[in-house]
Design a binder for this molecule. Structure first.
Ligand SMILES: Cc1cc2nc3c(=O)[nH]c(=O)nc-3n(C[C@H](O)[C@H](O)[C@H](O)COP(=O)(O)O)c2cc1C
Length: 275
């Protein structure tokens, strides 16, 4: 009964999916390093044998088709859907942001050109598995890996308006850096205009704890809240939020390490016999 009163633990219907609560686990993968080796070149490319080379325009259709195949493979492997990762300085965001994209072809220059690759990938995934199975992660305010944009609001809104036309299921967006005031996490709550513009399910991420997540949901700032570090350290995070029990502390020294277990799957579940 008590769970019903906790905003994060209320059910939510996202397209064809009936969700039992509003917490989502955000990417905290050991695959973090893949695909970012090309960043230092300042132009979008793959790291081929140590030489950084930008993707030629005529190579891009093949890359889009690789994403399309990956989406198909995910569904065949049993996933409900895919998230197209247009965030945090990885390949797609390198096209989108003007601090990095120095192309002179139809994938560089204007905002529309810079977003072209992202939208081609999203469209290809939609063509393959349906818009009701495709979500998109965006981080317009991030400068992670030196990948930033001079007009993040225009960039984010352009993506969102186009994603609306494509019928994208959800948009998961990263808050600008959270700050601590008097020892308490303070979420900047800078995403409201994006949330209002997006027609599908909106997910926020970045710095949220139980209290801030409940506030964001109850005030209608977001539909769902994605947790990174806390979900990593607490495999039963929804249960802990429901019971309002202490959380396992995360260990930063094991973030981004290649070990598939230590720091990833070795955090303990709550001992329910003790609560
Ligand atoms: C160990 C670790 C690995 C991460 N890996 C990724 C990743 O591969 N891709 C990504 O977009 N974000 C990644 N993130 C960032 C999280 O998705 C999330 O945006 C960030 O941790 C902020 O949310 P939080 O304050 O709830 O942790 C990672 C975070 C951590 C701690």
């Amino acid at each position: 009964m008590e769970a019903k009163a906790i905003p994060l633990l209320t059910p939510y219907t996202m397209g064809r999916f009936d969700l039992s609560h509003r917490l989502s686990a955000q990417w905290t993968s050991t695959s973090f390093l893949y695909g970012q080796a090309d960043h230092a070149s300042g132009s979008q490319g793959w790291n081929c044998g140590g030489i950084l080379c930008p993707n030629r325009e005529d190579e891009i259709p093949q890359i889009v088709s690789d994403f399309q195949l990956a989406a198909r493979n995910c569904i065949e492997a049993g996933f409900d859907g895919v998230e197209i990762h247009c965030a945090f300085g990885y390949l797609i965001e390198q096209f989108m942001k003007d601090s990095v994209n120095d192309r002179t072809d139809k994938y560089g220059g204007s905002m529309e050109n810079r977003c072209r690759f992202a939208l081609e990938v999203i469209q290809a995934a939609i063509d393959e598995i349906g818009a009701d199975r495709v979500g998109v992660r965006l981080s317009p305010y991030s400068n992670w890996l030196d990948c930033w944009d001079s007009d993040p609001d225009a960039l984010g809104l352009y993506m969102i308006h186009t994603m609306n036309k494509l019928g994208v299921l959800y948009c998961s967006m990263v808050e600008p850096e959270a700050v601590k005031v008097d020892g308490k996490v303070q979420i900047p709550y800078k995403l409201l205009h994006f949330r209002k513009a997006f027609a599908g399910t909106f997910i926020v991420a970045g710095g949220y704890n139980r209290e801030e997540g409940n506030k964001a949901v109850s005030e209608g700032y977001t539909d769902l809240v994605a947790y990174g570090k806390w979900f990593l350290a607490n495999p039963d995070l929804p249960k802990r939020f429901e019971l309002n029990t202490p959380l396992n502390k995360y260990d930063r020294s094991t973030f981004y390490t290649p070990d598939p277990v230590v720091g990833y799957t070795d955090y303990p579940f709550l001992d329910l016999s003790s609560v």
